[in-house]
Structure formats: structure tokens, C-alpha cells
Design a protein around this ligand. Structure first.
Ligand code: ZN
Length: 136
């Protein structure tokens, strides 16, 4: 059955939160592409007033480009850490009634037909029906 997590459990989960590397990695790769592609293709010519850069000419710029990309990688990671939330994670819209355990997609109605209230699944946890007996 589903029961509400205790406040301490939710707090503990947040304390143990480790930011995922997926969003920072996407930022890192996009930054590399966003810098390198315009340089190599010459799209940036009008912006930087420079000719397309050959791949060999690009080599001296690599440390600088990597530094920028790594900086944004770190920044994304840091923002996730501060918010205690990952980007690129789908928000759970499943809610469960805390009385009858009925599941549904969140539609803004928070009161169940049984009189219980719908709680986001993130704030619920699954416990075996007979775990209470075992603890005795
Ligand atoms: Zn209910």
C-alpha cells in the first residue's frame, strides 16, 4: 500500500540529493557545437569578421573552448545542486489517494471520491501490507 512519506524522509531525500550529469553533459556538448560549428563553417564570419577556421587552426583554441564548455557544465551542475532538482527530468504528474490508494494523473482535483486527498507520488512510498505485522 502507498503511504505518505514523513517530513523527515522527504528532508533526508533532499539532503542526499546528487545532481545528475545528463543535463550538464548536454550543455557541455551543445556549447562545443555552438562554438566550433560556426567557426569551422564560417557562419560566424559576419560576427567575428573572420574566415572559416580549418580544423588544424582550431587546435590552439581548444583549451579556451573547453574551458568555456566546462564552465557551463559546472554551472549547470551547480544550479541543479542548489535547486536540488535535475533538469531534463520529467515532472511526475501521477497522484495517489492517501486513503484508498487510487492512482490518477493530476488534473487539479485534489480530493478523492472516498474523501482522501491526492498526493504526488514523489511524496508517497510503497510499503508491504504485512510489514507492520513483521515489525511486531
Ligand atoms: Zn480515495
Amino acid at each position: 500500500m502507498w503511504v505518505r512519506k514523513k517530513m523527515e524522509e522527504i528532508k533526508k531525500e533532499k539532503e542526499g540529493f546528487k545532481p545528475s550529469l545528463s543535463a550538464p553533459t548536454v550543455v557541455f556538448i551543445c556549447t562545443l557545437i555552438a562554438i566550433i560549428v560556426p567557426k569551422v563553417t564560417g557562419i560566424s564570419r559576419s560576427i567575428y569578421n573572420s574566415k572559416p577556421v580549418g580544423l588544424i587552426d582550431l587546435l590552439p583554441m581548444i583549451p579556451k573552448i573547453l574551458a568555456i564548455a566546462l564552465g557551463l557544465f559546472g554551472l549547470t551542475y551547480l544550479v541543479q545542486f542548489i535547486r536540488k532538482k535535475n533538469f531534463l527530468v520529467e515532472k511526475t504528474t501521477t497522484v495517489i489517494c492517501d486513503e484508498c490508494n487510487m492512482k490518477k494523473t493530476d488534473n487539479g482535483i485534489n480530493t478523492c471520491e472516498c474523501g482522501g486527498s491526492f498526493v504526488n507520488i514523489d511524496k508517497m512510498k510503497w510499503v508491504e501490507e504485512d510489514s507492520k505485522k513483521e515489525n511486531k
